[in-house]
Design a protein around this ligand. Structure first.
Ligand SMILES: NC(=O)c1ccc[n+]([C@@H]2O[C@H](COP(=O)([O-])OP(=O)(O)OC[C@H]3O[C@@H](n4cnc5c(N)ncnc54)[C@H](O)[C@@H]3O)[C@@H](O)[C@H]2O)c1
Length: 364
């Protein structure tokens, strides 16, 4: 099977490459300026990396000739870091919509199967969060169903929604090409994939000093002996799924194209729901276990506001509880890894990669 993978050097792409290239039977042409997470595949004769962004001058012609010969195109290229949605809104919109637009057009031209990574953020905030009183007792007001749930974004001035809106428009473009031109597609809405190689630890590996997603933020605080910062009380609820479970779902999509095509799938784990305050708590307990240093159980957690942490225009999704019945019924996929296992694996990886041998602990 011949695969194009755009954004193959990121977190999800690197794990998908691990799975497909280790299994064999796939020829993969990838695009990504970054190869740090996929270094072990660079000499694999079945993998061809173009170390460029898809929007680099002249690149589209090369992409077109590869798409023309491909069986499936995975689109993972994105800016997908919440700290950047309101601070780099134009880059966020371009990366998630306009840079993807020519790729969608090429897939439509050649009627190639486009597997595009969207986001659960397209759902925006739940109905429950807008209704007066406590409406979380009724799943109809907060459960996320791919083909039914309305997509509710905040006002334009809350630029946090640039990412979700750009992703939603890309979904609509893909869907329209399917309806009008018969382009086969699969849209994946990931719900917090966690695992090794996720994001970066600021200042390490030549990475920037920016603000990564929450797992890497908390991990950086633990590694650097700085307080974990809880934004707006850490009340937002998330479901966390192992990257390995998620890659299983993608593998099943490739195995059963007839079931996967022309569908939108939530990929998450309903059993692993925590709010961010609970996640911080679990992470410091897990780190105490990994290091054998019990004082991590009391690692400081401090409160901050979204305005202080992310800047003006930030607004959060309150809760993301996916309905997974489509993935279960069509693909036969059920996630299996409990949160404790996911955190242990992920945090052990970061500890091995980045913990300095001698650390001075901050006191609680
Ligand atoms: N990880 C999650 O839980 C999660 C959640 C929601 C959505 N997603 C979506 O899944 C996809 C992959 O996410 P990830 O976690 O692997 O992100 P990531 O940031 O780790 O990887 C994205 C990769 O795309 C590359 N890239 C960006 N623009 C590019 C371009 N124009 N051409 C080529 N490469 C480009 C980057 O260099 C990076 O390596 C994204 O579309 C993201 O929006 C992921």
């Amino acid at each position: 099977m011949r695969i194009i993978m755009l954004g193959c050097g990121g977190f999800i792409g690197s794990h998908l490459l691990d799975r497909l290239l280790d299994e064999g039977g796939f020829e993969i042409h990838g695009w990504d300026p970054s190869d740090r997470k996929i270094a072990r595949h660079l000499t694999n004769p079945n993998f061809h990396l173009h170390r460029n962004t898809t929007n680099s001058p002249g690149e589209l012609a090369e992409i077109e000739s590869e798409i023309a010969q491909a069986d499936v195109v995975f689109n993972l290229a994105a800016i997908c870091n919440p700290a950047e949605y309101n601070t780099r809104p134009l880059d966020t919109i371009y990366a998630n919509l306009f840079d993807i637009y020519p790729i969608v057009e090429l897939c439509a031209k050649y009627k190639k199967w486009l597997v595009s990574f969207s986001t659960s953020e397209v759902y925006g905030r739940t109905l429950s969060s807008y209704l007066p009183g406590d409406n979380y007792s009724n799943p109809d007001f907060y459960e996320l169903r791919e083909d039914e749930t309305p997509l509710i974004m905040g006002p334009i001035s809350n630029q946090r929604w640039t990412y979700a809106c750009a992703k939603q428009m890309t979904e609509r473009l893909i869907y329209a090409h399917n309806q009008e031109n018969g382009m086969p597609f699969t849209i994946i809405r990931p719900l917090n994939f966690f695992g090794p190689k996720m994001d970066y630890i600021p200042g390490r590996d030549g990475s920037s000093d920016g603000v990564p997603r929450v797992l890497a933020c908390f991990m950086t605080a633990l590694l650097d002996n700085k307080p974990m910062q809880l934004v707006d009380g850490g009340l937002a609820q998330r479901t966390i799924v192992s990257i390995h479970d998620a890659v299983d779902a993608m593998r099943l999509m490739l195995k059963f194209p007839d079931k996967a095509q022309n569908q939108i799938f939530n990929i998450g784990n309903r059993n692993n729901e925590v709010n961010i305050a609970e996640l911080a708590e679990l992470m410091r307990l897990t780190y105490a276990k990994i290091t054998g240093d019990l004082s991590y159980k009391n690692h400081p957690i401090v409160n901050t506001t979204s305005k202080q942490f992310y800047g003006e225009g930030y607004e959060d999704c309150d809760r993301r509880m996916p309905d997974l019945s489509k993935a279960e019924t069509l693909l036969g996929w059920t996630p299996t890894k409990p949160l404790a296992e996911v955190l242990l694996e992920t945090m052990s990886y970061y500890h091995q990669q980045y913990a300095s041998p001698v650390q001075e602990k901050v006191s609680a």
